[in-house]
Design a protein around this ligand. Structure first.
Ligand code: AHR
Length: 515
């Protein structure tokens, strides 16, 4: 491949990454909670039932904010079922995942788990089967200090201090017909507006995210965001986005190119949010919360399949095994998020453990890292700072990506995906410039020449690469480190210039120290 050149300068930044960009998600779904983070009786569990082997991996992964309790689950959830003496909590049918929910784990346990993991909690309220009243009561229970029935109930339950949860989601995917009590944009917009108003009357310091479309392929995408924001504009700070990439066609080049559709999606939602602001002559900017993103296609399920299983407790569902090429697409998604740091202020990898997850566990057994664990850990640990505007001159390729049930047809044409996808993050405090670089060519090494202006002399602090000749290779319980980062030896720097060769189909992280 011909030389790929990148030019950037210290003074030209897209924006600073918000710490909440590096979040993840825990849903009452399959073995995410039960047998995932929570397994009393596991040999590593503490007195609260928190698996310490999982917590150790979570700390290494370094998510910053955690969304809970759903997802589809939240649209039928009574938060009251999950608080108070565990022995008295009801068992309920969960219609989202056709499972039995025991409610052994609830909001207070989640808060404790977040504190143990040093992660900010993000809570979602049920705007499906419930509404503003349940939502405002939940805020009062969690955040009001004392002296009311609900805040004193929390104290009686053993949590004297308020939880101080700042980030709240106003329901989940309310445009999706699979959702319990799905709504039209007008219906949802009204309910979200009223719920938001009351939630903020109770605690004005909270921040709220309204539901955007469940995905760019929804037929109502665009109109949904516009209508919902017209209703909720004055009371919310964020609109949400969800994307799951697939490789249904088995065409890896198209799979890797599909990452660029995430850039399009973000740009489109920004445009709609800003159009709503413009109509109101408002300076307010609605930010984006990309609160579900990942690769997911092998373990998608329909209700008919689930019904046959007879309402199991914590069944092993959505346990997507991730391979090398998934890690590449996933890394590309990290790069998209970084390059929109000016508007995407929160994001949650969906999910954290067992369910479409970077961490896998065996109930009563070990825990290990899936392939996607590695790009996320790099993204979170080295993505803090100012994302610089990079001028990239790379050859491109065209692709056709299959996204079943798209509004217009099942395919997206991607006319020009650059082989190099890159983000550059300058951390002034740490004195580093970190390059995240994906080579999307499956058969050619990519010769990279980069010029970083305004930094003086660069030095290589560390250079890592995730690559494997077998794109289908995975990590398993018996071979947990089959795919793991190795050192990238091809990086040379001189002054403010860098040369490197990126292997075909590789995820690369080059961290430079600045003098
Ligand atoms: O993350 C899995 C599911 O995907 C979530 O419950 C839902 O919000 C989305 O459709």
């Amino acid at each position: 491949m011909r030389n790929v050149t990148v030019r950037l300068h210290r003074d030209f930044a897209i924006g600073a990454t918000d710490p909440r960009l590096f979040g993840a998600f825990l849903e009452h779904l399959g073995r995410c909670i039960y047998g995932g983070i929570f397994e009393p009786g596991h040999r590593t569990a503490d007195a609260r039932g928190f698996r310490q082997d999982v917590l150790e991996l979570v700390r290494e992964l370094a998510p910053t904010i955690m969304r809970y309790p759903g997802g589809n689950f939240v649209s039928g959830y009574n938060w009251e079922d999950g608080v108070g003496p565990v022995a008295e909590r009801p068992r309920r049918l969960d219609l989202a995942w056709m499972s039995t929910e025991t409610n052994e784990f609830g909001t207070n346990e989640f808060i404790d788990w977040c504190r143990a993991a040093n992660i900010e909690p993000m809570l979602a309220v049920n705007l499906g089967t419930r509404g503003g009243d349940a939502a405002r009561n939940m805020v009062e229970y969690c955040n009001h200090p004392a002296g009311t029935a609900l805040s004193d109930l929390r104290r009686k339950h053993g949590w004297d201090k308020p939880h101080g949860v700042k980030f709240w989601c106003l329901g989940n995917e309310m445009d999706g017909p699979w959702q319990m009590e799905a709504k039209t944009a007008h219906e949802y917009g009204r309910i979200a507006h009223e719920a938001a108003k009351m939630m903020k009357w109770i605690d004005p310091s909270i921040e709220l995210a309204a539901c955007g479309s469940s995905g760019r392929r929804m037929a109502t995408f665009g109109a949904w965001e516009d209508t919902v924001l017209q209703h909720t504009f004055d009371h919310v700070e964020y609109i949400s986005l969800h994307t799951y990439l697939n490789n249904y066609d088995g065409g890896t080049p198209a799979f890797l190119a599909s990452v660029d559709l995430m850039d399009n999606f973000i740009d489109e939602v920004v445009a709609i949010a800003d159009a709503v602001a413009a109509r109101r002559r408002s300076q307010k900017r609605i930010m984006l919360s990309f609160d579900e993103w990942n690769v997911w296609y092998r373990t998608r399920r329909n209700r008919a399949a689930r019904v046959k299983e007879g309402w199991p407790v914590a069944p092993p569902i959505l346990e997507e095994p991730y391979n090398m090429e998934d890690a590449l697409a996933f890394g590309g998604m990290c790069i998209s998020l970084l390059n929109h740091a000016d508007r995407v202020k929160a994001a949650c990898l969906a999910q954290l453990v067992n369910v479409i997850a970077p961490i896998m566990t065996e109930t009563d057994g070990p825990a290990w890292r899936q392939t996607i664990f590695h790009p996320f850990a790099h993204f979170s640990r080295m993505g803090r700072g100012r994302v610089l505007r990079a001028e990239i001159d790379s050859p491109t390729y065209s692709a056709r990506y299959n996204d079943p049930q798209g509004p217009i047809n099942d395919y997206y044409e991607i006319p020009a995906a650059p082989y190099l996808k890159l983000a550059a993050v300058h951390d002034d405090r740490a004195g580093t410039l970190t390059l995240f670089a994906l080579n999307r060519s499956l058969d050619e090494a990519l010769p990279l020449s980069l010029e970083a202006g305004g930094f003086g002399t660069l030095a290589v602090k560390q250079a890592l690469q995730l690559a494997d000749a077998d794109l289908k290779a995975m990590n398993t319980k018996d071979d947990p480190d089959r795919i793991a980062p190795k050192s990238l030896a091809t990086v040379r720097v001189q002054g403010g210039k860098l040369e490197a060769t990126l292997s075909p189909a590789s995820w690369n992280v080059i961290q430079l120290s600045l003098n």
